[in-house]
Design a protein around this ligand. Structure first.
Ligand SMILES: Cc1cc2nc3c(=O)[nH]c(=O)nc-3n(C[C@H](O)[C@H](O)[C@H](O)COP(=O)(O)O)c2cc1C
Length: 222
């Protein structure tokens, strides 16, 4: 079988054993590993058939842990041509059937999301205004200051930033939710959970949403 790209190295001899190890030596190496190390199978315990039940359970555990940003998630989008890009965004609200994120509607991800993903819905302002109002000052300043994804001059940006902050402090500028501020709700049709700890092999459960809206799940090998 040919080696995958980047694996075969010129000048490294390819033998039947692992790095030239003879079969009898390999038995000894594995026996020693079995005496020293552990192996097991992790298990995800399901309470019901709804992936949001499990997500809430894990999400609550993350919120109660010492993670710095338990609500950070990786969002991937793709162009029509299939060029994928990923970036982190914050999960602003977890609902019973979807995930709410907020961003700049002029950003790259916004263009790709609404074009490609049928299961992403743009919310109306009244559905996310409370989220905007709860944003810390720097987020409100950013949403007024920044046109996401556009080239900037740092000194110019700093000047404008300080000007906004000064006006806010003296009460001559408010920072209402701008037009380009947008929230999307992602309605998943597939959610996969992966759980592993210590020396246990991971457990995976994949939930798929059926046409009628019911969820089905399958346990899959790690
Ligand atoms: C931890 C973390 C959280 C972030 N949260 C958000 C967010 O909630 N919304 C957002 O628009 N960008 C957020 N960003 C910035 C994005 O990762 C990204 O740089 C930006 O949205 C531009 O993405 P795009 O040009 O691919 O559309 C966050 C970055 C980090 C590191």
């Amino acid at each position: 079988m040919p080696e995958p790209n980047g694996i075969a190295q010129a000048g490294v001899p390819h033998t039947n054993g692992v790095n030239g190890t003879k079969p009898e030596d390999r038995v000894a190496v594995l026996k020693a590993a079995a005496a020293r190390e552990e192996s097991g199978l992790s298990k995800i315990e399901l309470i019901d058939d709804n992936p949001f039940t499990l997500f809430r359970e894990w999400h609550t555990a993350a919120l109660q842990s010492n993670l710095v940003l338990p609500n950070a998630l990786c969002l991937s989008t793709a162009t029509k041509e299939g060029r994928v890009s990923s970036r982190h965004v914050i999960l602003r609200r977890l609902e019973d059937d979807g995930f709410i994120i907020m961003t700049d509607r002029r950003s790259k991800k916004s263009a790709e999301l609404v074009r490609i993903e049928g299961d992403v819905v743009e919310l109306t302002e009244d559905q996310y205004l409370d989220l905007y109002e709860r944003e810390p000052l720097f987020c409100k300043v950013r949403s007024h200051l920044c046109h996401q994804g556009v080239e900037v001059d740092w000194d110019d940006l700093k000047k404008k930033h300080d000007e906004i902050v000064r006006k806010v402090a003296e009460g001559t500028q408010t920072l209402p939710c701008p037009e380009h501020f947008v929230a999307y709700k992602l309605y998943p049709t597939m959610i996969e959970f992966y759980y592993a700890h210590d020396s246990n092999i991971g457990d995976r459960i994949m939930f798929l949403k059926k046409a009628g809206g019911a969820w089905e799940h399958t346990r899959i090998a790690a």
